[in-house]
Design a protein around this ligand. Structure first.
Ligand SMILES: Nc1ncnc2c1ncn2[C@@H]1O[C@H](COP(=O)(O)OP(=O)(O)OP(=O)(O)O)[C@@H](O)[C@H]1O
Length: 259
């Protein structure tokens, strides 16, 4: 379980996040939405320890995040940020193997290599494994970074511990086929004792996949809970300043938004 209490964050004199409290449960697929600049990435950085809050605290299970040793954290938590370029000339396999750094000393084992291959396969990028990462398209780079975080949290059968996966707009560069493939993959991971926190902009994908939604506006939580309870007509009108219409999907019966 992840628990955050009364998180606030400021840079200079600007308060970017104000009094955010939340609980994320393993097994629950949480999606985070909100306008540009609302504070979604800032919240992710506080929940992952990339930034320290000005006020408040984050716990992973019963441990304050700041007290968890980095080598332990590296096996528990993986983060995919929006920055996809790398300053080094690496192959696709090299990038995925970065996810295995917490597990080997000098050289990857045969098992690490197999895990990297499996994770590339899972995102449809196995045939690119020897390519130079810099030569890939934007969507291909995004899939390789996804394979990297999957490799980092790859679970051995004996490992029952809770894992924490944070993805900042992981499907922004993907075609519609891979948007759905990756979200199904992540939903499946969530069901395996994982806390999953995914920032997206697509309200219909959140209505389709999320079990919990966090709607952020102007540095605060506007709503948190079941997607149908949070992503209401009035909430979307207020937060995004446009008028949505909702229809019912003809086969599944779920809500679909059109604007
Ligand atoms: N280092 C910084 N200095 C000043 N302002 C910052 C800094 N980092 C972020 N901000 C501001 O904080 C606000 C929240 O940024 P954040 O990246 O969390 O937004 P977001 O909700 O993830 O937006 P987007 O959907 O555009 O990615 C923005 O207005 C941003 O300009």
């Amino acid at each position: 379980m992840l628990r955050a209490e009364h998180l606030s964050f400021k840079i200079g004199g600007n308060l970017l996040l104000t009094d955010v409290s939340l609980t994320l449960l393993p097994g629950e697929f949480t999606m985070v939405l909100g306008p540009n600049g609302a504070g979604k990435s800032t919240l992710l950085k506080l929940l992952t320890g990339t930034e320290m809050p000005y006020q408040g605290q984050v716990w992973y299970d019963d441990q304050p995040l700041k007290s968890i040793p980095l080598p332990t954290l590296a096996r528990q938590k993986a983060v995919l940020s929006q920055l996809l370029s790398l300053p080094f000339d690496l192959s696709v396999t090299d990038v995925v193997m970065m996810g295995r750094y917490p597990y080997f000393d000098l050289n990857p084992t045969r098992q690490d290599k197999q895990i990297a291959d499996d994770c590339l396969e899972a995102v449809g990028m196995f045939s690119f494994k020897t390519r130079a990462f810099a030569s890939l398209s934007g969507g291909e780079k995004q899939k390789v970074h996804l394979a990297r975080v999957l490799a980092q949290l790859y679970r051995q059968p004996s490992d029952q511990s809770v894992k924490y996966l944070f993805l900042d707009e992981p499907i922004s560069a993907l075609d519609i086929h891979y948007q759905h493939q990756i979200l199904k993959l992540v939903r499946n991971l969530a069901s395996q004792n994982m806390v999953v926190f995914v920032i997206v902009h697509d309200i219909n994908l959140a209505l389709q996949y999320a079990q919990k939604v966090i709607l952020i506006d102007q540095g605060s939580i506007y709503g948190i809970g079941h997607p149908d309870d949070v992503l209401t007509q009035s909430a979307i009108e207020t937060v995004f300043q446009l008028t949505p219409y909702f229809m019912t999907h003809p086969e599944t019966g779920r809500r679909v938004m059109i604007c």
